[in-house]
Design a protein around this ligand. Structure first.
Ligand code: URA
Length: 218
């Protein structure tokens, strides 16, 4: 297995394939490698465009989604809605193997699949430096869309803001000290969709607003 690359080399901040930082996630990964040798089963690298003006931060790879395909959000219910929404807005195109998202950058707060889709606090902290490196390697970045509160916190910490200043709220827009705008959204997880916490229309409205801010915000 090789590291996923953007261009010829892995994007800055891509964790190594055998990242050792989180013992629980390392053990889970080893278990999945035995059970599903054909799956990605490694930290999932970011997807997208080094010249992206908008970044999307999710929670962590789904076991049977990104952890299987090696592409953030690819192959699970959350990703189905996310990519369909982006495609509807002209921001994503599906190829037989993968999604192309010119102008966008998609990554996760935690790069490895966690048991039960729930990363622990120490795992979120351990992965933060990767996210910080990734986001700081995007020179044109203007807007970050955080899918869920964990992504909101991770993005603020990664970009260098102080958490208590910025309260998570669906549709909230925060101007971070660097000037980057953070747009909050509920996570489009199957659970949140089933409970109506977020609907396809709500997610689309977030991206319409984020696109407007990317193109015309200050
Ligand atoms: N897949 C991901 O890559 N991230 C999420 O947050 C959910 C599903």
């Amino acid at each position: 297995m090789t590291d996923e690359t953007i261009g010829e080399t892995p994007f800055p901040g891509t964790p190594p394939t055998d990242c050792p930082l989180c013992p629980r996630l390392v053990a889970y990964r080893a278990e999945q490698r035995l059970r599903h040798p054909g799956w990605w089963n490694a930290p999932v690298p970011p997807l997208g465009d080094p010249q992206a003006r908008m970044a999307i931060v999710g929670l962590a790879p789904g076991l049977k989604g990104a952890n299987r395909t090696g592409q953030p959000f690819h192959g699970d219910d959350a990703g189905k809605l996310l990519f369909a929404t982006l495609a509807e807005l002209g921001l994503a195109t599906e190829t037989p193997e993968r999604w192309d998202v010119p102008g966008l950058f998609i990554t996760n707060a935690v790069a490895c699949a966690p048991p039960g889709n729930l990363p622990e606090t120490g795992e979120k902290h351990a992965c933060r430096a990767f996210l910080a490196t990734q986001l700081s390697a995007l020179p044109a970045l203007r807007v970050v869309v955080a899918l869920g509160e964990t992504a909101h916190q991770a993005a603020i910490k990664a970009i260098g803001g102080k958490l208590p200043k910025y309260r998570f709220g669906h549709g909230a827009v925060h101007k971070l000290p660097s000037g980057v705008l953070l747009v909050d959204s509920y996570h489009p997880s199957r659970l949140n969709l089933n409970t109506g916490t977020i609907t396809p229309e709500m997610l689309k409205a977030i991206f319409v607003a984020a696109l407007e801010l990317t193109n015309h915000g200050n």
